[in-house]
Design a protein around this ligand. Structure first.
Ligand code: PHE
Length: 348
C-alpha cells in the first residue's frame, strides 16, 4: 500500500467510524483517535520523514485533505448531536398550552353568613351590641323566663329537641332565649340594645321552607320611654337598608307570649312593588319577622321594673331574608355543599 493509499484508508476509516457515533462521549473518543496531537492523522503526518522527496508534495496534500474532511465530519457530527440533545430536552420539558388551566378556587362566604354580616353591620351602625347566645339552653331561658310556663299551649308551635337525661336542657327553639340572659346579667340594670345572630332548632319536618335547624337574629331593646313608635322606626330603617329605600312595612297584630302587644311584620313585595305577584301570593306583602313590646311580665321576671323600663324585641329568620333577597327557592340549599349554589353570590 502506498503512503497515499494509507492516508486515504485512515480517512475512510474515520468517516465510517463517525457515522456510528451517538453521543458526546464517543465523539470525544473519536477526536482523540483521529484529530488530537497523537491521533491517527497526526501520526500520518509524522510519516513524512519516510516519504521519498518526490512524493512528499502529493503525500502532504493527501494528508491535509484527509484532515480537512475528517475535521468537517467531526464538526457536522458535533452540531448534529447538539441539535438532537436540544430537541430531546424540549420534548421532555414540553407543556401542552392548549390544556385547560386548573383554577385555584377561592373561597367565599355562604349567603347565610353574608346576611348575618349585613344585618349585624346595620345594627352596629345604630349603636347596638352583638350578644352571643348559646345553642344548648335550659327550659328556663328558652321558655319560662319568656312567659311560657310548662303547660303553655304556645309550646306546641315550637316542637322542641330535648336533651335526654340532662334535666331541663334543650336545643333553643328561638334566639329569644338570649333576652333573659341579657337582662338578668345586668346588675345594676342599665339600658340594653343588642342583636343576637345564631341558630335555632325545632322538630319541624324539613321541606322547602322549613329546616330542623335555621338561623335567627334576635333584637332586644330595653330602656326608659321606649314605645312601639321606636320599634316601627327601627324596623322601617332596617327594612329599607336591607331590601331597598322603596320598601315599606306593615304591622299586623299577632301573639307571642313574651311580647305585648305582638306584631307580625310584612315588607312590601320587592318583586312587584306591592301590586301582587306569585312571590307575595297576590297580596303585595311578604311576612318577614315577629316582633312586639317586651311583655312587662318578662321585664319583671328578669329584674327590670316595668313601671320604669319598657322595650321591644323582634326575631328575623336568616334564611328567610336570604331567600327573599337572592330569590332562593329552597331552604335546604343552604345546608348542602353545592358550590354552584354559591357562585351567583360572587362579589355581592
Ligand atoms: N322568637 C319568635 C319566633 O321564633 C320571634 C320573636 C322574637 C317574636 C322577638 C317577638 C319578639 O317566632
Amino acid at each position: 500500500m502506498s503512503f497515499i493509499d494509507e492516508a486515504i484508508a485512515v480517512k475512510e476509516k474515520a468517516i465510517a467510524a463517525i457515522q456510528d457515533i451517538k453521543d458526546k462521549m464517543a465523539l470525544q473518543a473519536f477526536f482523540a483517535d483521529y484529530l488530537a496531537k497523537k491521533g491517527a492523522i497526526s501520526v500520518l503526518m509524522g510519516k513524512m520523514r519516510e516519504i521519498p522527496p518526490e512524493e512528499k508534495g502529493r503525500f502532504g496534500q493527501a494528508v491535509n485533505a484527509a484532515r480537512k474532511e475528517v475535521e468537517e465530519a467531526y464538526r457536522e457530527k458535533e452540531a448534529a448531536l447538539a441539535k438532537e440533545e436540544l430537541s430531546k430536552k424540549l420534548a421532555e420539558e414540553s407543556i401542552d398550552v392548549t390544556l385547560p388551566g386548573r383554577s385555584a378556587g377561592s373561597g367565599r362566604i355562604n349567603p347565610f353568613y353574608q346576611i348575618i354580616d349585613e344585618v349585624t353591620d346595620i345594627f352596629l351602625d345604630m349603636g347596638y351590641e352583638v350578644a352571643e347566645g348559646r345553642d344548648v339552653e335550659s327550659d328556663l331561658y328558652n321558655f319560662e323566663l319568656l312567659n311560657v310556663p310548662k303547660d303553655h299551649p304556645s309550646r306546641d308551635m315550637q316542637d322542641t329537641f330535648y336533651i335526654e337525661g340532662e334535666g331541663d336542657l334543650l336545643l333553643r327553639t328561638q334566639t329569644s332565649a338570649v333576652q333573659a340572659h341579657a337582662m338578668l346579667e345586668r346588675n345594676p340594670k342599665t339600658p340594653i340594645r343588642l342583636i343576637c345572630p345564631g341558630k335555632a332548632y325545632r322538630r319541624d319536618d324539613d321541606d322547602m321552607t322549613h329546616s330542623h335547624q335555621f338561623g335567627q337574629i334576635e333584637c332586644l331593646v330595653v330602656d326608659r320611654n321606649i314605645s312601639i313608635a321606636n320599634l316601627k322606626a327601627t324596623l322601617e330603617l332596617f327594612v329599607k337598608k336591607m331590601f331597598g329605600e322603596k320598601r315599606e312595612i306593615r304591622m299586623r297584630s299577632s301573639y307571642f307570649p313574651f311580647t305585648e302587644p305582638s306584631v307580625e311584620v310584612d315588607v312590601s313585595c320587592f318583586n312587584c312593588g306591592g301590586k301582587g305577584c306569585s312571590m307575595c301570593k297576590g297580596t303585595g306583602w311578604i311576612e318577614i319577622l315577629g316582633a312586639g313590646m317586651v311583655n312587662p311580665k318578662v321585664l319583671e321576671m328578669c329584674g327590670y321594673d316595668p313601671k320604669e323600663w319598657s322595650g321591644y324585641a323582634f326575631g328575623v329568620g336568616v334564611e328567610r331574608v336570604a331567600m327573599l333577597r337572592y330569590g332562593i327557592d329552597d331552604i335546604r340549599r343552604f345546608y348542602i355543599d353545592d358550590l354552584r349554589f354559591l357562585d351567583p353570590f360572587v362579589g355581592k
